[in-house]
Ligand binder design. Structure first.
Ligand code: IPT
Length: 981
């Protein structure tokens, strides 16, 4: 650690002042370009709720926007405001309130890489508001608190400069006692710059949005106030005792009535308690009382440790079923209401998510209180990312790389201090993270050393330094299944330094990001989970990411859409890479969240020779909170059901279930077992489904094609049963409904995971072959006594690859059957997007009913959430509105589909199964669209009946589909029977 910083910290010098040497001296610089620009503030301290008075300064403020940082400082003294001024809400981002425009880049800095300097074009917001300190406030001191200013704020009270706050997602407090005029109006002025030296440390993959975006509060601090407190609430799993000590900055008493605790701060007490866990978030309410203040305590007893390469809490290994969450709202950006935070957590809990990584900065403090209350394990991450140094190859450049360059050390340690001090009393936070994507360097060591000294009770995380020298957990992102499995087995590739390698090999492991959920995807979740659950060293992972960060906009015609990079005219941007969540911007779950819920379920059912077992996959909780139901379906219709009693099943255990004799009878018989909440919980009502599984207990017989009708000719047509064909063998109509003949189709509107930028791109090869531009040749049409057989060739211009196809039509009086067979021609070297046929039907069809897995979309590596049933949806509802339109809406392994509308219906029975999609536009239109509003209803309904599709994978930032999910160009054979009403 830099000596000066060490001395400063050791001496407890909590005044933030510029230290010479930390200022870039080679060129003139502005204060916001200093390497550690914060000054004048108080030492960071614990977030607290107390009976001391507070006054919110949120609301409407005067505001002036300038394109550069040097607008006159003509407002800080109370001067009259001219017409350049208007109003803005606080908290808010100015780009979302009519000033400047949002910009999206993933990792490149949107300004020249020249640290710590920033461009002269540095949009600046000047803020001002008046306030009156309530007359009843007779507090000794008055503080001003800013919970978040992006990126730097310079503050004045009544014309006197108070200080500077740098570190956008970090809390800053200032003592303004001497500047305040009690009983009179006071003036608060703040100048905020969009860019500062701190911007180099805040290169997270998100919108660049500026301003005072978290609350501003005036705090009355009484004589005898508790400035800081630190709750140490340990749990001894062996004897069930909580071990409590609350340190306080001033003599105080710790009172926890429920536990009959009344001790002095600093004293330790042991008492029998229920521990806190994400599964059972038991909090004890208490108070910390000094002569001047009473602070609320919400105590959760728990112990976090690493034992035998496992992360254990309260003695039991934990498995993170996690996700990465940004503070995000489609209308207000990183300004997030309490309702939104609560609904995020409730939605996570309802979808079996038990952990969250606060990528890549501390969230609003309230979010963590809600995690305590509702129960989530949290990795709380520092506001630190320097990803943009990577594209310019600077990660190991000195001087320059902030992670390594000692001149940045103080700023980085300060960021870590602000994180830990604010959030240290949150039981949900069990891991501190030093930041994200900052390369490696000694400054990480300084941050880690400080954090470990201050709070040895939590584990440390940082992903990008694979030596793991400063941390307790080995962590990676976007590893393949194979790599994850190797790590599970302790067989990972060695790190060059033998000592570090040995240390790392004994560490627990997490995937801090995986399953990149951009567009349609990810696939392979179930396979990841299976590996996480198999190897004790693996403590689970955090999918990337919770929200699609689209910003709600309106087109001129009033139509709403969600904007992504480039939609605000940015020149350099990363497009829809910002839309990679499992929740759509409007808060509706994407198909990926349904899949995740199933894959993450903490209860599973297995069928063995002995019968059905229920398995408890919780880390701490028994299953007495659940009710178990069974139901038997015959071809999708319920033919029996009831409740099943089961005894106590402790965490990690399983039990054999006693089921009644299942009713026998015809049809495909599927048993469903469902575990639902027995009583209301704070995050869902009784009856909420936590887990389910289905078992096919009797399979259906394959359906034979319709026969009996003979082809006949009439004028230029061939008639067969209810159908009319052209002489070229093309189907023209079905019981009078005009249709286009099914044509062979291998193309899908590329998903982000297929695209050229992805880690395993298929799109370039697909387009090179020409799968998007097929040619169909008819070789022969033979109508014999019982069938019309059409042989043909599917090919692609300029390519010798193709498919030899054979379509055989048979019919009865009222049903038409088709059996399709296709054999590859040439040396195919790439999996196919899909293989099937597509046909156009009249646009009057509007509704779909099907029997098979549903109701949501499903693909070969993302179908865990699809369950057998008879499902109804409108065609419009079957489309998934990915922000960048792409293949979606596939229903897998359907047995029967009925399309209805305009008083007609077509029932299509699979001879065994097929996949299908129905939409109002053709694949080409879907492929070309950039936003959902580009998709216009065509004059047809387009139906694809497919032998299959390739899976999804997460190639947009990670591995592509597993080999088992790739649709290899082999022989395809399947059939269906059409019947019209
Ligand atoms: C990883 C980042 O940590 C995350 O913020 C996000 O950008 C994600 O990628 C992609 O959406 S870093 C990547 C280089 C693996």
């Amino acid at each position: 650690m830099n000596d000066r910083v060490a001395k400063d910290l050791a001496a407890g010098d909590r005044e933030r002042s510029i230290i010479d040497g930390l200022v870039p001296m080679d060129r003139p610089f502005a204060y916001y370009e200093e390497l550690f620009p914060s000054r004048g503030g108080l030492a960071p301290r614990a977030h607290a709720r107390s009976d001391a008075p507070e006054l919110s300064l949120d609301g409407s403020w005067d505001f002036r926007y300038s394109l550069t940082a040097d607008a006159p400082l003509d407002f800080v003294q109370g001067e009259a405001l001219d017409e350049a001024w208007s109003e803005i809400p606080v908290p808010a981002h100015w780009q979302l309130n009519g000033f400047g425009r949002p910009e999206y880049t993933n990792r490149v800095y949107p300004f020249p890489v020249d640290p710590p300097y920033v461009p002269t074009e540095n949009p600046t917001g000047d803020y001002r508001r008046a306030f009156i300190v309530p007359s009843e406030w007779d507090t000794e001191r008055i503080l001003l608190r800013f919970d978040g200013i992006d990126s730097i704020g310079r503050i004045w009270v009544n014309g006197t400069e108070v200080g500077i706050a740098s570190g956008s997602r970090l809390r800053h407090e200032f003592d303004v006692t001497d500047l305040i005029r009690r009983g009179e109006e006071n003036l608060l002025a703040v100048r905020v710059h969009q860019w500062s030296s701190g911007s180099y440390l805040e290169d997270q993959d998100m919108w660049w949005l500026s301003g005072i975006f978290r609350s501003v509060t005036l705090l009355g601090r009484p004589d005898g106030a508790i400035d800081d407190h630190f709750v140490h609430a340990d749990f001894d799993a062996v004897n069930g005792e909580g071990i409590l000590r609350v340190d306080a900055s001033i003599s105080s008493r710790v009172i926890v009535p429920e536990l009959a605790i009344d001790i002095a701060a600093g004293e330790t007490v042991r008492v029998a308690v229920e521990p806190w866990s994400a599964e059972n978030p038991r909090l004890y309410s208490g108070r910390l009382v000094s002569s001047g203040e009473s602070v609320e305590l919400r105590i959760g007893f728990r112990r976090v440790e690493v034992v035998n390469s496992e992360i254990r809490v309260n003695g039991a290994p934990v498995l993170f079923r996690g996700t990465n969450r940004h503070d995000y709202d489609p209308d207000t950006g990183r300004v997030v209401s309490e309702e939104r935070m609560r609904s995020d957590i409730v939605m996570m809990k309802r979808h079996n998510i038990n952990a969250v990584r606060t990528s890549h900065y501390p969230p609003s403090a309230r979010f963590l209180e809600l995690c305590d209350e509702l129960g989530l394990w949290v990795i709380d991450e520092c506001d630190f990312e320097t990803h943009g140094f990577f594209p310019v190859d600077w990660f190991h450049k000195l001087p320059g790389n902030p992670t390594e360059d000692p001149r940045w050390e103080r700023a980085l340690v300060d960021r870590m201090q602000r994180l830990v001090e604010r959030d240290k009393n949150r039981p949900s936070v069990i891991i501190w993270s030093l930041g994200n994507e900052c390369g490696t360097g000694d400054n990480l060591g300084a941050m880690a050393q400080w954090a470990k000294r201050r709070d040895p009770s939590r584990l440390l995380h940082y992903e990008r330094d694979w030596s793991c020298q400063y941390v307790d957990i080995y962590s990676r992102m976007y590893s393949t299944h194979r790599e994850l499995e190797m790590i599970g087995q302790g067989q990972e590739a060695p790190f060059p330094d033998a000592d570090l390698d040995a240390r790392r090999r004994n560490m627990p492991f997490i995937l801090c990001e995986y399953a990149h959920s951009m567009g349609n995807g990810p696939g392979g979740l179930a396979e990841y989970q299976e590996i996480f659950e198999r190897y004790p060293r693996l403590a689970g992972g955090f999918t990337w990411e919770w929200f699609d960060h689209g910003l709600r906009q309106r087109r001129e015609n009033g139509e709403e859409y969600f904007a992504y990079g480039g939609d605000f005219g940015e020149v350099r941007h990363d497009g829809n890479f910002i839309a990679d969540g499992i929740v759509f911007p409007d808060g509706t779950p994407s198909p990926a969240l349904h899949e995740l819920k199933k894959v993450f379920q903490p209860v599973s059912f297995v069928h063995t020779t002995a019968g059905y077992r229920i398995c408890n996959k919780h880390d701490h909780r028994d299953l007495s909170y659940l009710r178990l139901e069974w139901e038997l379906l015959a071809d999708g219709a319920a033919v029996g059901g009831g409740l099943i009693d089961f005894g106590t099943v402790l965490a990690g255990e399983s039990a054999l279930l006693t089921l009644p004799d299942l009713p026998e009878g015809p049809g495909e018989r599927v048993l469903t077992l469902r575990a639902v909440l027995a009583a209301d919980s704070p995050w869902a009502e009784a009856g909420h489904e936590v887990a389910w599984d289905q078992f096919v207990v009797a399979e259906a017989e394959p359906l034979a094609p319709a026969t009996g009708a003979r082809p006949s000719t009439e004028a230029d047509e061939i008639l067969l049963g209810p159908a009319r064909f052209g002489r070229d063998g093309a189907l023209r109509s079905l019981s009078g409904i005009p249709v286009t003949s099914p044509t062979f189709d291998t193309w899908r509107a590329v998903i982000d995971n297929d695209r050229a930028f992805s880690w395993e791109p298929n799109e370039p090869r697909w387009r090179e072959i020409g799968l998007d531009r097929p040619h169909h040749a008819v070789r022969s049409v033979v109508a014999d006594d019982e069938a019309i057989t059409v042989e043909g060739r599917l090919g692609f211009a300029g390519s010798d690859l193709g498919y030899a196809t054979r379509t055989r039509w048979t019919a009865s009086a009222d049903a038409l059957s088709v059996v399709i067979e296709a054999n590859p021609i040439g040396d195919w070297d790439v999996p196919l997007p899909r293989f099937g046929v597509r046909m156009a039907l009249p646009a009057s069809f509007s509704d779909v009913e099907w029997y098979g897995p549903g109701p949501g979309e499903a693909y070969s590596d993302s179908h865990s959430a699809a369950r057998f049933g008879v499902w109804h949806r409108t065609i419009d509802d079957m489309q998934t509105p990915y922000l960048m339109p792409q293949e979606n809406g596939n229903r897998m392994a359907a047995r029967r589909v009925t399309l209805a509308g305009g008083n007609r219906s077509i029932q299509i029975d699979a001879h065994s199964t097929f996949d299908f999609t129905v939409r109002r536009w053709a694949t080409e239109d879907l492929d070309a669209a950039q936003h959902p509003y580009d998709l216009a209803r065509s004059s047809n309904v387009w139906l694809n009946l497919d032998a299959g599709q390739s899976g999804l994978g997460s190639g947009s930032c990670g591995p592509g589909p597993l080999p088992s999910a790739r649709l290899l160009p082999g022989t395809f054979r399947y059939g269906a029977t059409f019947r019209v009403d």
